[in-house]
Design a protein around this ligand. Structure first.
Ligand SMILES: C[S@@+](CC[C@H](N)C(=O)[O-])C[C@H]1O[C@@H](n2cnc3c(N)ncnc32)[C@H](O)[C@@H]1O
Length: 581
């Protein structure tokens, strides 16, 4: 079944059987030392664009790099020789760590590819030259198919920042295949308009553009082309007489004037276009206004992944993205009828992918795909809290459709681990403050802290999520905070939920909140609010006086939230079954 894996991809890759994957696309960290933040938006479009550090794309030398290096050395792969030579040259640098970590994973990936499988490695100029050398060693130099240059952004000038180099607007995608007959579906792009204008100048009465092509047999008699008469002209023709007659009957052979050599009428709309080359500068560039943008850093356009998947796989083939981020490759694979596997080390990424899939395809966890590595039971939750308290906190927030705040740390906001946006009245969005506790030592003071933060921030509602059961005193403190009207009816101001309750099937133990916005519905609501006011021409305004004011957008509209019936509001999260986590 299609599977999303949360965790270190090297571990999960080891569990993927040999020769089972038809296509791998990987977009790993680039080693550019950048820090990538998820951008969360408030559904009411207010200026609050919270950021949360998703990952840093630098790998530094340490125990993991040492182990990766050791594993490559004993792998028997020719990559060991190159890695060892580079190690002599670079020592235990960050770049060396990056290469060791990538090489050990690439060796695993090749193992999983079928004989007709291909791999596309997305990188930039920081390390593409070293990665290519590694791939040549791992796959063999004859397995190299293309270096694809993808234009990721419009021209920009870094000059103001003091840069003394040309604008960097491209990424590199290295395309290798496991065998010499990889799955291949040639792709075409539309002809250049100047070519169409020059070569397809002729137009039929019904508007169809065509050109006239030579139908004489190349090589003449020597190549065995038949010699006969067509429309009064004797030549060696490309077609046998019977086929020529069919084309004449279909009106496809024309003579521009009596005695001229007949030619073939080639229609533009029957041509596939120009075969796609390795320079990809024709795809839409993602920006903040793009409809598909989810706030996930390094998100790639769907069109890019659709192109790769269409070219190098067939329907029902298995596509693997071991660094799937917000899941562009997964969405493209699902859309194109491929099976898929996605992996990511960030629980936030896995959560966004799942929401993205549910939103776009109405798929169901357990039926259409499964998620591995994310806790589905209280034991799994305890393990995560122990292994990685920070990831536990992020994961707990996903259970209530929350967005992390404050980088998960206590700071000026004191006690805010996250917020949940909800539709309060038809025209206003509320924020519930969330506090997450993964340790055993919780008491009424923690609940009072949350109430204090709610009061400071003017939040009507607060949620206290805890791994251990609340004490009677905590429940009393929460009850004393009373209730408040939210979303049209009174609700308890401070709601305590255990992780076990939140994991109940069918969300039986969920918070009592009005309809909430998750990361995806919040972003689309914010986008709607920010839509430019509709321009009304003077003439239209004169004819329809009621249209003089903008219909939507502009400052007056900033607090206007979406209609309560808006389908993007989160009403259903995937069912969580009680299995060992
Ligand atoms: C450049 S982003 C991928 C973006 C993705 N192509 C998209 O369209 O959203 C790289 C991703 O790799 C993940 N990652 C980094 N190291 C990893 C590892 N060792 N195992 C699994 N995922 C990892 C990061 O969390 C990040 O989401």
């Amino acid at each position: 079944m299609n599977t999303l894996y949360y965790g270190e991809n090297l571990n999960w890759l080891e569990a993927v059987p040999d020769e089972s994957v038809d296509l791998i696309y990987l977009d790993p960290p680039f080693n550019s030392k950048a820090t990538y933040n998820i951008l969360y938006k408030s559904p009411d479009g207010s200026k609050d664009r919270a950021q949360y550090k998703a990952f840093t794309d630098a790998w530094s030398w340490g125990a993991a790099a040492d182990e990766a290096f050791r594993r490559v050395m004993v792998s028997g792969s020719p990559a060991a020789g190159i890695l060892s030579a580079l190690h002599n040259f670079m020592g235990k640098s960050d770049l060396m760590a990056y290469l060791a970590m990538m090489t050990v994973r690439l060796i695993e990936m090749r193992r999983t590819l079928t004989a007709t499988g291909s791999l596309y490695l997305h990188c930039d100029s920081t390390a593409s030259h070293y990665l290519k050398a590694m791939l040549d060693a791992i796959f063999g130099a004859t397995a190299f198919r293309n270096e694809i240059i993808w234009k990721r952004s419009h021209a920009h000038s870094d000059g103001k920042q003091g840069a003394r180099h040309f604008g960097r607007v491209t990424d590199t995608i290295l395309f290798y295949s496991r065998g010499d007959k990889p799955t291949w579906n040639p792709l075409h792009v539309p002809y250049d308009q100047s070519y169409v204008d020059r070569d397809y100048r002729r137009v039929d009465p019904d508007g169809r553009r065509y050109r006239l092509d030579n139908i004489q047999g190349p090589g003449g008699a020597e190549k065995g082309n038949p010699y006969y008469e067509v429309m009064g002209v004797w030549r060696h023709w490309r077609y046998k007489p019977a086929r020529m007659q069919e084309l004449i009957d279909a009106g496809r052979i024309v003579q521009t004037r009596p005695g001229a050599v007949p030619q073939y009428k080639r229609y533009l709309d029957e041509m596939p276009g120009v075969p796609l080359q390795n320079l990809w500068d024709d795809l839409p560039v993602l920006n903040n206004r793009s409809k598909e943008v989810l706030g996930y850093p390094t998100q790639k356009p769907l069109a890019l992944l659709e192109r790769i998947i269409s070219a190098s796989s067939n329907p029902s083939d298995l596509v693997l993205d071991p660094f799937c981020g917000c899941g562009t490759a997964i969405e493209a694979a699902q859309k194109l009828g491929r099976r898929w596997i996605g992996m990511d080390i960030t629980v936030l990424a896995v959560d966004v992918v799942e929401r993205r899939l549910i939103n776009s395809f109405s798929v169901k966890r357990g039926t259409d795909y499964e998620v591995k590595g994310v806790p589905v039971s209280i034991e799994g939750a305890r393990r995560l809290a122990m292994d990685d308290p920070h990831e536990f906190q992020l994961w707990a927030l996903t259970l209530v459709d929350g967005q992390p705040r404050n980088g998960g740390k206590k700071g000026s906001d004191g006690g805010v681990d996250g917020v949940v946006f909800y539709q309060d009245t038809a025209n206003s969005v509320g924020q519930a403050i969330v506090s997450v506790k993964g340790g055993g030592n919780v008491g009424p003071t923690d609940v009072r802290d949350l109430i204090g933060t709610m009061n400071n921030q003017g939040a009507k509602l607060g949620a206290f999520l805890t791994l251990t059961a609340p004490t009677p005193k905590m429940l009393k403190t929460a009850a004393e905070a009373g209730s408040v009207e939210a979303g049209g009816r009174p609700r308890q101001r401070v709601q305590i939920r255990t992780i076990e309750e939140l994991l109940q099937p069918n969300r039986a133990g969920r918070l009592d909140l009005p309809p909430v916005y998750d990361i995806i519905s919040a972003i689309s609501a914010a986008r709607r609010v920010h839509k430019a006011p509709k321009k009304v021409s003077a003439e239209a305004a004169r004819k329809e006086p009621q249209m003089k004011l903008p219909i939507k957008g502009g400052k007056a509209d900033a607090q206007k939230a979406m209609d309560l019936n808006e389908p993007l509001l989160v009403s259903e999260r995937p069912r969580r079954t009680r299995k060992a986590g």
